[in-house]
Design a protein around this ligand. Structure first.
Ligand SMILES: O=P(O)(O)OC[C@H]1O[C@](O)(CO)[C@@H](O)[C@@H]1O
Length: 527
């Protein structure tokens, strides 16, 4: 059994604090020293990805202290407890098993009377069989015609991850001949969301995937009714056009309203559910089950790296430790993820939920207030677009915001042009290389308006090409990073009580049970 202790009670953390200010990026990232760091401060990830931390404010001494912190905080042992079935989600008294949707990292875990790995694989097989039947025309609409579009209805983790993964692989699948069906997504309770998606969808040839782990989310149930209404208006039987993905204990599980139902369970948090049936249904329908299986393999391979006790061989743990150093010792309040890949356009939105819903906590695992900052604000956009938007603040603003770049050597589609001696792909990669050095080293100018102080830390994950395996590995990397940071902060990264209050008050507003400011705002909004 491991010890769960607050970060500020650990001796190795106290030692780490003494390192504050010891690494000046403007110096160490210049000249030969910068070249050496760029070569050596790099850790292999799975699927030929590498995590390069040359431009972080660390040196061998800081790394030694981070290694000591990893050891004292028993990070790898805690991960081991997690995948071997301990009740890590103390707030909800649940196991945490999302890694098991992609592999068996440790011992078999039995819960609810079944072996959980067997359960997840069974669901994958059921989804694969269903998707194959849709693709080969064994499952059709009432007129015997093939379905051509899949529309996912869900919100939060039942939308963001699957949507980001779909967008990440859409062009790759088209290029590689595995694209089967268009996928669309309805998430917001804003009626314009469902209305616009439905208006651009041939509903007679659409299969709708209702995704809600709890089966009680207001937005999702409302959008389900919206879609059912549209199907009825088109003279179609909704139960022949809808499947459900939910937990076996949810009210949706036993309903006859669906063509089929596929299951995840309470041991997979919504924001960790992309590799469960939640992502499995839409991705298998859109790209085929083999592509989904390749995505899972990439995630499984990355999970294996997270078992390593050596911080130079465990990229997620190293990334997590550096992030905690930046947050708690260096005092940086935010972080940004900047994929130089258009296909990853919604990946930062997924990471916002993953990171902030997991680690936006003020009490530890035992419900006691913590005296130190926990999860940072996370935001992001693809580069180079971000460069022409908010990078101004990142380069010259008064706050230092650590950056996390992601880039691939090759594009997905492969269509490119050479203009002024370089292809677009080379221009993309040139920009990310330039940004790392510009942020770290800055540039002196007598005109203070044009002066760049530098000293702005970044890391970069570099890959060959974004494909199903690299995407899986990338997803698992960030999930595991968030998990290790939660362990360091001694918080429960797997519940989300902070989302409840707003839901309760919204219900009161709709029931007209308001007074005070709530009543005034209700009136102002004409509710
Ligand atoms: O899948 P469900 O149960 O509809 O939940 C959707 C989302 O709502 C939340 O519970 C937050 O309100 C997220 O954690 C979750 O991903």
């Amino acid at each position: 059994m491991t010890n769960w202790k607050n970060l500020d009670t650990l001796d190795s953390y106290k030692a780490l604090k003494a390192c504050k200010g010891s690494v000046d990026l403007t110096t160490v990232m210049a000249g030969e020293s910068g070249a050496d760091r760029a070569k050596n401060y790099s850790v292999p990830m799975a699927e030929k990805l590498t995590y390069n931390f040359a431009a972080k404010e660390v040196d061998d001494t800081v790394l030694e202290k981070l290694a000591a912190l990893a050891k004292e905080a028993e990070l790898v042992d805690k991960f081991q407890e997690l995948y071997n079935g301990a009740v890590i989600n103390t707030g909800e008294n649940r196991l945490v098993l999302h890694q098991m949707t992609r592999g068996q990292l440790g011992e078999p875990v039995k819960a609810d009377g079944v072996d959980k790995r067997t359960f997840y694989v069974e669901q994958q097989n059921r989804i694969a069989e269903f998707a194959n039947k849709v693709h080969n025309g064994e499952i059709t609409n009432a007129a015997g015609e093939k379905f051509t579009t899949v529309v996912q209805i869900g919100i939060g983790g039942s939308d963001l991850g699957p949507r980001a993964m779909y967008l990440a692989l859409e062009n790759w699948a088209k290029k590689n001949g595995t694209f089967k069906m268009d996928a669309k997504f309805i998430s917001n309770v804003d009626p314009d969301d469902a209305a616009a998606v439905l208006a651009s969808t041939d509903v007679a040839h659409a299969i709708f995937v209702l995704v809600s782990k709890s089966g009680t989310t207001l937005e999702t149930l409302t959008n389900e009714s919206f879609v059912k209404d549209a199907l009825a208006k088109a003279g179609l039987d909704a139960s022949k056009h809808m499947i459900a993905v939910t937990s076996e204990t949810s009210p949706l599980a036993k309903s006859d309203d669906y063509l089929a139902a596929f299951f995840m369970d309470d041991y997979i948090g919504g924001r960790y559910s992309s590799t469960s049936a939640v992502g499995g249904a839409v991705l298998s329908l859109a790209f085929g089950p083999d592509v989904f299986a390749r995505f899972l393999n990439g995630a499984a391979a990355e999970d294996e790296t997270a078992k390593n006790t050596d911080i130079r061989k465990n990229p997620a743990m190293l990334d997590a430790l550096i992030g905690v150093y930046e947050r708690n010792v260096l005092g940086y309040p935010a972080t940004t993820v900047l994929p130089y890949s258009q296909a990853l356009s919604r990946f930062p939105a997924h990471l916002q939920q993953l990171d902030m819903e997991s680690n936006g906590k003020s009490v530890n695992r035992f419900g006691e207030p913590v005296d130190y900052p926990t999860g940072p604000v996370l935001f992001g956009e693809p580069g180079t677009n971000g460069q022409h938007s908010f990078y101004q603040l990142l380069h010259q603003g008064t706050d230092i915001v650590p950056l996390q770049f992601i880039a691939f050597k090759n594009s997905q589609i492969g269509t490119d042009v050479e203009i002024q001696g370089s292809t677009s792909q080379k221009k993309l990669c040139a920009n990310v290389a330039a940004q790392i050095v510009a942020f770290a080293c800055g540039k002196k100018d007598e005109n203070s308006n044009k002066n760049f102080k530098g000293g702005r830390p970044s890391s970069i994950i570099i890959g060959e090409q974004l494909d199903p395996e690299t995407l899986g590995a990338l997803l698992a990397h960030f999930e595991n990073k968030v998990m290790f940071q939660g362990f360091l902060w001694n918080i429960n990264s797997f519940d989300q009580e902070g989302v409840q209050l707003g839901k309760v008050l919204a219900k009161k507003v709709l029931a007209h049970e308001t007074d005070g400011a709530l009543k005034v705002f209700s009136d102002l909004l004409n509710i």
